[in-house]
Structures are given as structure tokens and as C-alpha cells.
Design a protein around this ligand. Structure first.
Ligand SMILES: [Zn+2]
Length: 460
């Protein structure tokens, strides 16, 4: 009898222990993937549950707002994307918004996710709850174009002044699939222009030399909740004939530039003879160097740093090559490569002092593959200038430079047949024809006039 009691006690303890241990195992883990902060008119709610569907007893997603609770998903419902991720995880994506929660209002809300699984052969259920506080935003941003007369040269730049609300939405110009952000016009920093309207923005944009002339161009606005708006505006696009040229590759040039460029880069590691190595440098390394150049767009200042003065045109130098020259490379009478030259080659005497084309801040001053010793000056709002093949550099990243301040000296570093300056302008990392920026009439008509008119319109 005593043994039986003891046995029962042991069994009871074991069961209790198992119950307790099972309870401590906890419910399925829940991880919120999105949204981060906002729910818009239609926003995916995405959660990762740390248990496969067959092991789940319950899975619910609920949106709570103003004391009310709106169920948007329960295990087995249609309308959600349920995807197994390996054997231990399931990803559930359910769109939340006006359609399934018509009562939803702009303001604070909370997303609540509950998941449970049975343990001990269904005797016990272990649940987990996770919540995320969000802001509901159902109104679309409002955007309208203020500036007039937009003329876009193929391979060139243009500016738009527009109005956008609310204040914190991402906006700018989209050309095909390339976005160019706009900046508050209140910080334009142009002399004699005061802009009080905080909703006004300036966006510089470009039609790339290799984009179609009919590429759609419009102003966009998009908030973090995914609500978006667009504004079309009048513009005219002008085709520009790009030159074609042939470049004879001589062994003497290859023997000099190929080892020099390869010594200074880890971005490519070609094998073979000098011509084979050159082709990798001219193609793959050129592409990687251009990506690196474009990456400095993110460091641009949100205001115009160059005070409206025309960019220094380097008129004391001979133009050897113009923008978007389509080059065919010839080696021993055979065509071996084709590339597009996105800049101006300006030659004077060896070691010519190279000056800043306008006021700005140095964002890059280093050796860069085919460009040799390279400088990038930021002029604000996405506008930058690039100087390549320099023999020496006198400035460093972070330095503020004034217009025509000496930056260094010309040279033949990188892929250069002789001493010259390779110069280009950049708009949000896209190389654009610098000729426009050397033209006072263009600066006045495309930029200054629009900013002045926008400022004047608001003070009336
Ligand atoms: Zn060049």
C-alpha cells in the first residue's frame, strides 16, 4: 500500500513536472517584419511565427484603435499569404487598410498578433502575444508643380520647383525608374531670394544620355505608410547628337596604364595579356568606379552651396573630348571595345592648376581606378562636380572650397593618354553634360528664375 502511494506520488510529481516544464517551453515565437511605423490605405502586415502551420492551434492578427478591436486574420482565413520557411517557421503577410478595416482612422493604432500551439497531446495550450504601435495615415500626400518652362536636353539636367505636403514625405522627380530627391526651397541659399513657404521644394534631375527621349518625367511624393501622389508637368525634351570617335590602343599606352591602374585597385583582378586586362578595366572597373562615384550623392548638402554663380567653364583649356562621346576602341586594326565617355577632357600644359568649378564641400579625394586621382565636390541638393586624372590633390574630404580655389594639379593618372583634366557634373550621381552649368543664361533660366518666381509668388 505504501509502495502504491509512493508510486502515485512519483507519477503525480512527474506529470506536474512535465506540465510545468511544458508550460515553460512557451508559445510560438512571433517576430514583426513590417510595418515599421505606419499603416496606410493598404499596407502589408508581415509576421514570422516560430512554428509550422500544422503545429499551430491558433493564429490571429487584430488591429486595435480607439478602444475597438478589428480582426484582420485568423488561421485558415483566405486573403493572407502564408508561406512555410523551412520546417520551423511560417511567414504570414496580410494587407491591412481601408478595404478590410473600413472603420480605420488616421491616428494611433496597435497591431496585435496571437499565436498558440498545443503541448502534452493537446492537454495544454501555450500562447504568445506580440504587439506593435503604429500610426495610421490614410490621406495621400498633396503635390503640385510651381515652376514653368522646363527644357530637358538629352544627357543634361533641369530643375523643378514644386509644393508638397505633409512635410515629412519623400518627394522629388522620377525620370523613368530613377528618382531625384527634392529639397526644401527655404534653404536654397540664393542671394536676393527669400522663400518662406516650407512646403516648396527644389529638385534637380537629369535625362541620362542612354535613356529614351520619351522617358516619362513627373514629380512624385510618397509617405512612409505607402500613400503616394504624382504631378505631371509641361516639359520639352531636346535630342542632342552625341559624337562618335575611334581610339587607337597602342601597346605603349597599355604598358603604362594597365599595371598602374591594377596596382591601385582591388575591384578587379584580371588575367591574360595587357589587352585582355585593359578590356576588364575599361568595362567592369569603369562600371564599378561609376557606381562608387554615384554613391557620394547620398552625402549631398540639403541646400544650394554655390550661391547661384555660373560654374567655372575652364575656357583657358582645349576641349579634347565632349560629353557622351561614343568611343570605339581599335587594337592592331581590330575593333575590341565600345564605351561612352561621360565627361569633358580639357587639356592645357602638364600640371595645370585645377580649380573648383564653384563653391562646395569636398566629398571624395582619392585614387579611383580609371579616373586616377579623383576629386568630387558637392554643391548641394544633389549637384556635384568631378575632376579626374589629377597628378596632385591639395584638399581633403570635409573641406569647404570657394569657386576657383585651387584643388590640385592636372595629370595623367588612371586611364589617360596624356596630361588633361576629365571634368563632369553629377546630378544625384548621374553624370550630366557640364556645358549647361558653364552657361550663365542656362543657370538663370533653368534654376535662378524658377526659385525667384516661387519666392515671389508666396509673398504676394
Ligand atoms: Zn575623360
Amino acid at each position: 500500500m505504501r509502495y502504491l502511494l509512493a508510486l502515485l506520488l512519483v507519477i503525480a510529481l512527474a506529470l506536474g513536472g512535465t506540465w510545468f516544464v511544458a508550460g515553460r517551453m512557451g508559445g510560438p515565437p512571433i517576430e514583426f517584419k513590417q510595418p515599421e511605423k505606419f499603416i496606410g490605405a493598404s499596407t502589408p502586415v508581415e509576421v514570422l511565427i516560430g512554428a509550422p502551420v500544422p503545429q499551430l492551434k491558433e493564429l490571429r492578427i487584430v488591429v486595435e484603435q480607439n478602444g475597438k478591436s478589428f480582426p484582420v486574420y485568423a488561421l485558415g482565413d483566405a486573403g493572407a499569404e502564408v508561406k512555410e520557411e523551412g520546417a520551423e517557421m511560417v511567414r504570414v503577410t496580410r494587407t491591412v487598410g481601408r478595404d478590410n478595416v473600413p472603420e480605420l482612422k488616421s491616428g494611433s493604432a496597435r497591431i496585435l498578433v496571437t499565436a498558440s500551439r498545443p503541448v502534452l497531446y493537446g492537454l495544454r495550450t501555450l500562447a504568445t502575444t506580440a504587439s506593435r504601435d503604429v500610426q495610421v495615415r490614410l490621406e495621400r500626400p498633396r503635390v503640385s508643380v510651381v515652376s514653368t518652362h522646363h527644357f530637358v536636353n538629352h544627357g543634361g539636367a533641369e530643375a523643378v520647383v514644386y509644393r508638397v505636403t505633409p512635410d515629412d514625405v519623400r518627394s522629388g522627380v522620377v525620370v523613368g525608374d530613377i528618382e531625384y530627391l527634392g529639397y526644401p526651397a527655404t534653404s536654397a541659399g540664393l542671394p536676393d531670394v527669400t522663400i518662406a513657404d516650407p512646403a516648396l521644394r527644389i529638385a534637380f534631375f537629369a535625362l541620362r544620355y542612354d535613356q529614351d527621349l520619351n522617358t516619362p518625367i513627373r514629380v512624385f511624393a510618397r509617405d512612409e505608410a505607402g500613400n503616394s501622389a504624382r504631378a505631371d508637368f509641361d516639359y520639352r525634351v531636346f535630342p542632342k547628337p552625341f559624337k562618335k570617335s575611334r581610339i587607337e590602343l597602342e601597346d605603349k599606352l597599355l604598358d603604362r596604364v594597365v599595371p598602374a591602374i591594377l596596382e591601385g585597385t582591388r575591384d578587379v583582378n584580371p588575367t591574360g595579356d595587357n589587352l585582355q586586362k585593359f578590356l576588364v578595366i575599361n568595362g567592369e572597373l569603369r562600371r564599378k568606379n561609376n557606381e562608387k562615384i554615384a554613391s557620394f550623392a547620398s552625402q549631398t548638402a540639403p541646400s544650394i552651396l554655390w550661391n547661384g554663380a555660373v560654374f567655372h567653364p575652364f575656357t583657358n583649356t582645349g576641349v579634347q573630348s565632349a560629353f557622351a562621346d561614343h568611343r570605339t576602341y581599335i587594337y592592331k586594326g581590330k575593333e575590341v571595345d565600345q564605351q561612352v565617355h561621360l565627361g569633358f577632357d580639357l587639356a592645357s600644359y602638364a600640371g595645370t592648376p585645377i580649380v573648383a568649378s564653384n563653391r562646395g564641400r569636398v566629398v571624395f579625394a582619392e585614387e579611383l581606378g580609371i579616373y586616377g586621382n579623383t576629386l568630387i565636390i558637392d554643391h548641394g541638393m544633389g549637384v556635384q562636380s568631378l575632376y579626374a586624372h589629377l597628378s596632385s590633390i591639395d584638399v581633403k574630404p570635409g573641406d569647404t572650397v570657394e569657386k576657383v580655389q585651387q584643388l590640385g594639379r592636372s595629370g595623367m593618372t588612371g586611364m589617360a593618354g596624356g596630361d588633361h583634366l576629365h571634368f563632369t557634373m553629377l546630378v544625384h550621381g548621374q553624370m550630366v553634360n557640364p556645358v549647361e552649368w558653364w552657361d550663365a543664361h542656362w543657370i538663370e533660366d533653368r534654376i535662378l528664375r524658377k526659385v525667384r518666381e516661387a519666392g515671389a509668388a508666396k509673398t504676394q
